[in-house]
Design a protein around this ligand. Structure first.
Ligand code: AGP
Length: 609
């Protein structure tokens, strides 16, 4: 969704801002804009609906200034057009604001400004901020922004320029990420590390309610009441090339292939072979705390929710603690009961998904204990939870999540193992699972090596208008994730069902034009699963079966393709069974010519409710 960049230093700002915006394109957006400031020449703004390259082409020749801000907008208030694009300015063109988030009291503020005779140029909530700053009588820019923020309710990451203060950018954060990048005689700001890494990996993550002033010579941080805070910049352990697609035709492809090494990083230093358990220091819980947990509730959105379902089943199986997962986007709206002895787990790659963040805040507000299972270090959710498990999957750029989801399941496995081993999971079972987890990176490489054999299968699936993905028990969330990935990047209708539920309705849709992708691990349900495949085959439905070597599919001969993945411990089946589904989705989308890394209508981080 929306992205922010800013620069102050000795270089012309515009090219740097455009480059930074280009690195935020994956977040999803529909318009872009930049504003620059130079002493004596005032504020210049350029904005355009469409891609960053359209903005670049439309930029006036003399667009000079060494202080600047930029934005990619994903429309919420008003359509995607040039006027609604950020930056927004006040009536005199003195103030420019870029903003991520939503101002909840925007319509009241818009009416108030209109009553004062101020014409609002756009339909956006953001524009009111520029007018409020312009109306402030404070002497400093910091004071003006602070006064404006006191009038605002909602969430924001924002950056402000003012023609009277050409040496600085003032930024503020409340619920929407902002990261300051510390350079050599220059400062950067962005809503995502991806826009900073080319220039610096020394950063400051602002906290909610914090502001900062950036000049070429450094930064100061303070609260919204202008009292000082002392944020110290930290050098991040990030390989800047991790944000490049390199030789890969897309980020999704690159990130799928990185899954073995990502899992290795998630596991590093966390397995205890001697006691058959895991160490998760970030939980800040000792064995007594872990034993006191009576229930586990997992909250996430989209694919993170589906992995949460896989995780809940695993926790229940290994720790014998009741566990379930719920879409975070629904949870908050049903006034949930928050129990003191429930462990709540908020799961998110980005750590920015607003529904997951608000669910965590609601739980904490009611006194519940919530931990994060998060990939992005220092993200809003990680800060909110304060305790949890970092995934260490590395940066994930493609909208379609792959390696982050795989590491989420590994994270849940580590949690389930630890919860199990402080209860009744035997040391032998613990050791068995530790060995299984250690085998995963190698086995993931084996599954990834299947890709060339999947091209033709994917072609057949891509030619169907509608598909089913089916599975039972731990295979069902795998099917849900498979359907999600397929529809997300191929735009084909893909529906997930419990295999056992097919004959209660959807079997009516099966014919030779509707393929079914079935998850059939070699587990206690294999025979029942195979019986359901026969029912599909008998109605002419083409089948793609993700299974294990040795599973006997019986007499099904026609229109069936089997994809065998290596065996691991059955509790870990979801990981290796999900990866072929990613590859099928990817190959189908590639053959259909889809914009794989930027699927239509979708954004990498969903930062609006
Ligand atoms: C995954 O492929 C999707 N793009 C989407 O469902 C995603 O998992 C969801 O929006 C949650 O994102 P998060 O993990 O960053 O919270």
């Amino acid at each position: 969704m929306c992205g922010i960049v800013g620069y102050v230093g000795s270089e012309p700002a515009a090219p740097l801002l455009l480059e930074g915006l280009g690195r935020l394109e994956h977040r999803g957006y529909d318009s872009a804009g930049v504003a620059v400031l130079s002493s004596g020449k005032g504020l210049k703004v350029a904005k355009k609906a469409g891609r960053v390259r359209d903005l670049e082409a439309a930029l006036p020749k003399r667009f000079n200034g060494k202080t600047g801000i930029g934005h990619t907008r994903w429309a919420t208030h008003g359509p995607a057009n040039d006027v609604n694009a950020h930056p927004h300015t006040d009536a005199k063109g003195q103030v420019a604001v870029v903003h991520n988030g939503i101002i909840d009291n925007a319509s009241a503020l818009r009416s108030e400004l209109a009553d004062q005779g101020i014409d609002l140029a756009s339909d956006t909530d953001t524009e009111v901020i520029a007018h409020l700053i312009a109306a402030s009588d404070a002497e400093t820019l910091e004071g003006r922004v602070s006064q404006a923020l006191a009038r605002i309710e909602g969430t924001y990451g924002l950056a402000v320029l003012h023609a009277d203060f050409p040496d600085r950018i003032v930024v503020a954060r409340n619920g929407s990420p902002l990261i300051i990048g510390v350079g050599d005689k220059e400062m950067h700001v962005a809503s995502d590390m991806a826009a900073l890494v080319r220039y610096t990996t020394t950063v400051v993550h602002l906290a909610d309610g914090e502001m900062a002033t950036l000049t070429a010579h450094g930064y100061t941080t303070y609260r919204e009441d202008l009292s000082a805070t002392d944020r110290v910049a930290k050098k991040m352990d990030i390989d800047p090339t991790a944000y490049d697609a390199g030789e890969h035709e897309s980020y999704m492809h690159k990130e799928m292939l990185e899954q073995g090494e990502a899992v290795e990083r998630t596991l590093r230093g966390r397995l205890d072979e001697r006691f058959g358990t895991s160490h998760l220091g970030g939980l800040n819980m000792d064995a007594r705390d872990l034993r006191a947990i009576k229930r586990v509730k997992i909250l996430g959105c989209g694919s993170a929710y589906y992995v949460g379902q896989m995780g809940a089943m695993l926790i229940e199986e290994l720790a014998r603690v009741p566990a379930d997962a719920e879409a975070a986007s629904e949870f908050r709206y049903r006034n949930p009961i928050i129990e003191p002895d429930t462990l709540y787990v908020a799961v998110s790659q980005s750590g920015e998904t607003v529904d997951t963040l608000l669910a965590a805040q609601e739980i904490r507000r009611k006194g519940g204990r919530v931990i994060g299972l998060v990939n992005v270090v220092g993200s809003a959710l990680a800060q909110e939870c304060g305790a949890g498990i970092y995934l260490h999957a590395g940066p994930e750029v493609a909208v379609a999540s792959t390696k982050a989801l795989t590491t989420m399941y590994v994270g849940f496995s580590l949690l389930a193992l630890q919860l199990g081993r402080v209860r009744d999971l035997s040391i032998a079972d613990g050791k068995r699972l530790v060995e299984g987890l250690k085998d995963l990176p190698r086995q993931i490489e084996e599954v990834l090596a299947l890709e060339p054999t999947l091209v033709e299968v994917a072609r057949r699936l891509a030619s169907a208008e509608s598909l089913f993905f089916i599975g039972r028990v731990r295979g069902y969330p795998v099917a849900r994730e498979g359907a999600q990935k397929f529809k997300e990047v191929s735009y084909r209708h893909a529906e997930a069902y419990q295999t056992s539920e097919l004959k209660h309705g959807p079997l009516a849709l099966i014919d030779k034009t509707v393929p079914t992708v079935a998850i059939v691990p070699d587990d206690e349900l294999a025979d029942r699963n195979v019986a359901s495949l026969h029912e599909i085959a008998a109605r002419g439905g083409p089948l793609v079966v993700i299974t294990h070597p040795g599973v006997d599919l019986g007499e099904i001969r026609d229109h069936v393709v089997r994809i065998d993945v290596p065996r691991n411990e059955r509790e870990l089946d979801p990981i290796l069974m999900t990866i072929p589904l990613q590859m099928l989705a990817y190959q189908a989308a590639a053959q259909l010519g889809r914009d794989i890394d930027k699927p239509r209508n979708l954004a990498k981080s969903v930062t609006v409710e």
